[in-house]
Ligand binder design. Structure first.
Ligand code: AMP
Ligand code: MG
Length: 497
């Protein structure tokens, strides 16, 4: 038998933190686990070949049956604000960190999700159902295909073990990989415990934000200076993530501070949704009855969450005004990225002041007509050549024509100024690389779940193939590019996973 892990350099940096940060324990393996799918792209990041992913040794590790050679399995503790309320101590209630692989592509922590109870499980059973595991597996790869920061998925393991939710479902384990699984809530855990807080801060800054130790001229080189630069850097990454989510129509669904990555990655895919019909206040999580995490609330929620991250750090003697100044960078970073994303999506050379109106009117048009988010953006590239076709997409043709007239004038203004695209073909090509044609719509994920429940991973393969390059139209996959069938908006996704 070959040892596929022999070539991997496995370290355990998280386990070097003080013992209070985690509990060492092994995953609880599923009964008769089967590998439903492995992701060669994630394998490659680790230095594992496609052949390696098909071996029994690989299945043993990603099902939690045997330890990752050289790894020290643990569950991490963290806290968090859930739906705006302090929830106290949480932690990896159904996840196990296996270890960290040092590879040419960087350091990657491997974590199992759905791998059994831990001291942080509270009332939970430590399991994840197949349905939510397929959704996480697909979504993280869809995000990567869109170029949006995210944790990645390496493997999806299934079993016949029953899991009790609203109905009886079956258990699955997703192996996720990420440079770090530290969350805002990991810092909140140490509110009022300066020693542990400092240990976590130094760990994260040394590994992921080393530039924050360098003081530019006029800034303090002491710990306070480092913290302020760190907060600013996290604020900027988070702002960029929010701008990326907004401009692709992604709703996370559960933006609690324990689901906010310290690296600005999309993490913890639950009742998320890529919008079909656009609604500014679209809520994808049926458990979110107040609409706290609606699409148009996401940017301000993330800003609020950054204050929750900063609050324990005030305990290290950081000046409150300095902290606010650091977090103020959030808004400008968000606007800058949001506008540059929209410029690419609308085919504009650069942002002009009155583009605010053009964009507001665009959202208004989509909202009042409940137009499909993805297809409407995608149609923009061809609108100058086929204005009638564009207008016909909307139920209120007059309103669409009015907006289109302004848009075409705006495109012309770039052309007259000699800005922007060299020619029409280049403009269309560039816009089509900013406006995906395939997104992970709920009904598409649902199709993959249905097949997976019957042991068939072919839908997962098809979706991953399309979503890895979501900008390129492929013949024979028209149904995947279409608006959802009637009734698809009735699919309910909730926190229950
Ligand atoms: P989430 O909002 O899904 O990210 O989870 C919030 C908290 O609940 C985290 O601490 C999870 O580890 C924990 N949790 C969620 N589902 C389960 C489960 N089935 N068993 C144990 N803990 C869970
Ligand atoms: Mg979570």
């Amino acid at each position: 038998m070959t040892d596929i892990f022999a070539g991997l350099d496995v370290v355990n940096s998280y386990a070097s933190l003080p013992a209070a940060f985690y509990t060492r324990l092994a995953p609880q393996p599923l009964t008769s686990p089967r590998l439903l799918h492995a992701n060669p792209e994630a394998g490659q990041l680790l230095g594992l070949s496609a052949e390696a992913l098909a071996t029994p040794e690989f299945l043993d590790v990603v099902s939690g049956t045997t330890p990752l050679p050289g790894g020290q399995s643990l569950a991490a503790v963290y806290s968090g604000h859930q739906f705006g309320v302090w929830a106290g101590q949480l932690g990896d209630g159904r996840a196990h960190l296996l270890g960290e692989v040092v590879s040419p592509s960087g350091n990657w922590e491997l974590q199992l999700k759905g791998s059994g109870r831990t001291p942080y499980s509270r009332m939970g059973d430590g399991r994840a159902v197949l349905r939510s595991s397929v959704r996480e597996y697909l979504a993280s790869e869809a995000m990567a295909g869109l170029g949006i920061p995210t944790t990645r998925a390496l493997a999806l393991v299934v079993s016949d073990d029953p899991v009790y939710r609203e109905t009886v479902e079956t258990a699955a384990v997703v192996t996720r990989i990420s440079p770090s699984f530290v969350r805002f809530g990991s810092f909140e855990q140490w509110y009022g415990s300066p020693e542990n807080l400092r240990a976590l801060l130094n760990y994260v800054v040394d590994r992921h934000y080393p530039e924050c130790r360098q003081a530019p001229a006029g800034e303090a080189s002491d710990e306070e200076g480092t913290i302020l630069r760190f907060l600013q850097a996290v604020a900027v990454r988070t702002a960029h993530l929010m701008a990326d989510w907004q401009t692709v129509g992604f709703c996370h669904g559960v933006m609690n501070t324990d689901n906010m990555s310290i690296l600005g990655l999309t993490i913890d895919y639950g009742p998320y949704g890529f919008m079909d019909a656009f609604q500014v206040n679209h809520v994808c999580n049926h458990s979110d009855t107040q609409g706290r995490y609606a699409w148009n609330a996401q940017p301000s929620v993330a800003h609020w969450n950054l204050y929750r991250l900063a609050s324990p750090l005030l305990g290290l003697g950081v000046d409150a005004e300095g902290m606010k100044a650091s977090l103020r960078h959030y808004e400008s970073a968000f606007m800058e990225r949001y506008r540059s994303n929209l410029c690419r999506k609308l085919g504009l050379a650069s942002w002009r002041e009155d583009d605010e109106q053009l964009v507001d009117d665009w959202w208004q048009l989509l909202h009042t007509q409940q137009a499909d988010f993805t297809l409407s953006f995608r149609a923009l590239a061809e609108a100058p050549a086929d204005p009638d076709g564009f207008v016909q997409r909307f139920t209120d043709n007059e309103a669409a024509q009015k907006w289109l007239t302004h848009y075409l004038e705006r495109i012309d203004a770039d052309r007259l100024a000699g800005d922007g695209h060299s020619d029409e073909a280049e403009r269309i090509n560039s816009m089509n690389h900013a406006n995906p044609i395939y997104v992970l719509r709920n009904h598409l994920a649902e199709g993959a779940i249905r097949a997976a429940t019957a042991g068939d991973a072919s839908e997962i393969d098809t979706l991953l193939m399309l979503l890895r390059d979501p900008y390129t139209l492929r013949a024979g996959y028209e149904a995947y590019a279409a608006a959802p069938p009637e009734g698809a908006d009735k699919l309910a996704v909730s926190c229950s996973s």
